[in-house]
Design a protein around this ligand. Structure first.
Ligand code: GLP
Length: 272
């Protein structure tokens, strides 16, 4: 696993955005050979999306030949609701880049048959050739997408009931009222994320420090679903100093030494 420790949220966002942009550029997508990108929501990726928009506006990267699959969506929340993940993605990313709307895929949490919706989503990912790069965040309880503690590490897209912890964490988007937060979501599985050719997880702030510790130093454990990344051949976690509060000093120092020796930090931050 590659762990990059940046000074703050701003450099984390820049690092991650440039990493993603470089992957797309190197892939050189065409209409017949599109790049497939997995997309998260939440506050963590906001800076990353802002920088990708910036690179797109400057003409450095294009999303014309990029297909996206979002990680998750609430069940029963209208798409037009300001806190739906549909609204989030269009407002914070898709409306500002040159992506073709028909290449955007977001789970429909209002589908008449939710199980069929999930199965179809997996089929579409396969038809697209699989996901080249899955971007993600981490919940304070170590979940990726909405794969709550106890999720199968080989799970595919399905319905998940949210934990109280997640409902409380997300109520900041719903007038701080837990009763307004949907109790279920459709989510790609841990297995869906792990099937991507590469994964990059963003982890910032002190509230994520326990999750980061379990992701890096704990064993692979379905109670911290992000720990599945330990089994991925191309897993990356980019975090900030605040998120490192709970990892061992030796772990911290190793990854800092590694990124200095390999020049990993500056390479991406100063890439464009
Ligand atoms: C939600 C999303 C996750 C996201 C997490 C963290 O639970 N389903 O994909 O990683 O929130 O969100 P934030 O980045 O706002 O801390």
């Amino acid at each position: 696993m590659r762990v990059i420790i940046t000074n703050d949220y701003e450099s984390l966002s820049k690092w991650a955005a440039h990493f993603v942009a470089k992957k797309i550029l190197d892939f050189n997508p065409t209409p017949d050979h599109k790049f497939v990108l997995g997309c998260p929501t939440g506050s963590s990726p906001l800076g990353l999306y802002k920088e990708l928009i910036n690179l797109n506006k400057k003409g450095i990267i294009s999303f014309k030949n990029v297909i996206t699959f979002n990680m998750d969506e609430y069940v029963g929340l209208p798409e037009s609701h300001p806190e739906s993940y549909h609204s989030f993605m269009w407002n914070n990313f898709f409306n500002h880049i040159d992506i073709d709307p028909k290449n955007v895929h977001i789970l429909n949490g209002n589908a008449p048959d939710l199980l069929a919706e999930c199965a179809h989503y997996e089929e579409m990912i396969v038809e697209a050739g699989g996901i080249d790069l899955f971007m993600g965040g981490i919940g304070p309880d170590g979940h990726i997408a909405f794969n709550e503690p106890g999720s199968s590490m080989t799970s595919k897209t399905r319905i998940k009931t949210l934990t109280t912890n997640t409902i409380q964490a997300n109520c900041r988007f719903f007038d701080n009222d837990v009763n307004q937060v949907p109790k279920q979501a459709l989510t790609v599985g841990v297995g869906t994320v792990m099937a991507a050719r590469e994964v990059i997880i963003l982890c910032n702030g002190h509230t994520k420090s326990r999750a980061l510790k379990h992701a890096i130093e704990g064993g692979v454990n379905h109670m911290w679903t992000v720990s599945a990344l330990q089994l991925h051949e191309h897993g990356n976690i980019v975090c900030d100093e605040d998120a490192c509060a709970d990892i061992n000093v030796s772990t911290y120092k190793y990854f800092k030494d590694k990124q200095r020796i390999e020049g990993l930090l500056d390479t991406y931050i100063n890439m464009f």
